[in-house]
Design a protein around this ligand. Structure first.
Ligand code: HAM
Length: 423
């Protein structure tokens, strides 16, 4: 029978790679606690309407990338979440979280988009998302950027640059949209198929085109900042000034638009050149209209999400000392070998005693010759082998053999072995 395989674009994370994932997740948890963010966990499946209403009908995600299915028992359309912001806002509205004041929240987990898979772009991928609800000022936008800069330092990552823009308010965007449509209509002959299709549905996305033939036209297109009012300008200035003071470098990219429709004011992306075409490792911004759009009382919101696969790939490429140290720290301290039935039982007991002393212990299971057990011990990455044979049983001792450093094998009572291993 032909063996089954994972769905295209949905990956296994194998144990040799999972160590780096765990290092990333552990670092992120500590980092989020340092800023007072609390964990929230939302379902993987939501009503389709949630994403249509929030992300926007004319976006790539909603038009062609959602895993949508009909739940025939309840006759409702459901969708595997393509992102977390919409669910997080829905949960905040549903459980009246803002009654308890402003909220700093984070979530993590799998997201699903039916994109064409390539390096760094998958159909099931993982995000760590961070959202702040109920805070209208530029201070919180800046906090998100300052804290992200800190995370890169904690992870030992370098060369991730920050691109920043303001999408102003909806009135400015509507005025800009009309001028963009008029401008691109005048130059219809220079638009590619994608751009022609988007001309009336989502003209802003034309600015995001990577087609080199359209770049001169895009350069000449009307800019949103010509329509920005004083409040939007002041907010953006507040974000930039706070970043300047905190020493977080950024570049303003007036062409930065996002693939989701809910943004206003600040938007940003953290980008690296080290990963090829899919170099955006973290992205987000402000979405002050989203609560109302989803049926809640108006409330400001802003946040961002990191792509875990991309950041783990960057950790791999840059092999930061912090991540190497973390991978080593995952290895066991001790591998316990034994020979003979009585020794096997004593080994199981002794392994527990070693674990009582906070050591990480792998107990050999499955029998085999001493030589084959020793091979396993070596391959486990453990620092020490603890050996129990018939002789050791008679002496009420264990043999301790260093596996990673020079040193002789010694036979001592288990208590002494523990001292020796702890160093
Ligand atoms: P997004 O830009 O769609 O924003 O995704 C955020 C990050 O998720 C991207 O920068 C990228 O690192 C990662 N990502 C997205 N799609 C894929 C994929 N197919 N394969 C691998 N990684 C991917 C959002 O999702 C917003 N909810 C962010 C946000 C939170 N805005 C405000 N709050």
């Amino acid at each position: 029978m032909k063996a089954l395989q994972a769905v295209r674009g949905m990956n296994d994370v194998l144990p040799q790679d999972a160590a780096l994932w765990e290092f990333f997740e552990d670092s992120v948890r500590d980092w989020l606690r340092a800023y007072g963010y609390r964990n929230i966990r939302m379902p993987l499946v939501e009503p389709t309407a949630l994403f249509v209403r929030s992300i926007g009908e004319a976006t790539d995600i909603v038009e062609k990338e959602m895993y949508t299915f009909q739940d025939s028992l309840n006759n409702e359309s459901l969708t595997l979440r393509p992102e977390g912001t919409a669910s997080c806002v829905r949960a905040a509205i549903e459980h009246s979280l803002l009654h308890q004041g402003a909220q700093r929240l984070w979530y993590g987990g799998a997201m699903f988009r039916h994109e064409r898979p390539q390096k760094g772009r998958y159909r099931q991928f993982h995000q760590i998302g961070v959202e702040a609800f109920g805070l209208p000022g530029p201070d919180i936008d800046a906090e998100h950027l300052i804290m992200t800069a800190r995370l890169w330092r904690l992870l030992g990552l370098s060369g991730i640059r920050l691109e920043l823009n303001s999408l102003a308010d909806s009135a400015a965007r509507a005025a800009h949209r009309q001028r963009l449509i008029a401008f691109f209509e005048q130059h219809r002959d220079q638009l590619d198929g994608d751009a022609q299709r988007r001309l009336h549905s989502n003209p802003l996305r034309i600015l995001d085109s990577k087609n080199p033939h359209m770049q001169p036209l895009i350069e000449a297109a009307p800019q949103l900042n010509e329509h920005m009012d004083d409040a939007a300008r002041a907010h953006f200035h507040g974000v930039c000034a706070t970043l300047d003071r905190a020493g977080v470098a950024y570049s303003i990219n007036p062409r930065l638009v996002r693939g989701l429709d809910y943004y206003n004011y600040t938007v940003f992306e953290w980008v690296t050149d080290a990963l090829g075409a899919q170099g955006t490792v973290c992205a987000g911004g402000r979405y002050d209209g989203l609560f109302e759009q989803l049926g809640g009382k108006p409330a400001p919101g802003c946040g961002f999400a990191m792509g875990v696969e991309r950041l783990v790939a960057l950790l791999q490429v840059q092999a930061s000392p912090a991540s190497q140290h973390a991978a080593e720290a995952q290895q066991p301290d001790v591998y316990v070998l034994h020979q003979g039935d009585a020794a096997a039982m004593e080994a199981a007991r002794a392994a527990e005693e070693l674990r009582d002393a906070q050591l990480r212990v792998v107990l050999h299971c499955g029998g085999g010759s001493f030589k084959s057990q020793m091979k396993r011990a070596d391959a486990s990455g453990a620092r020490f082998a603890v050996i129990l044979g018939e002789e050791e049983l008679v002496r009420k001792e264990v043999s301790v053999k260093p596996l990673r450093a020079q040193g002789v094998q010694t036979s001592v009572p288990l208590k002494e072995a523990i001292e020796l291993i702890r160093g």
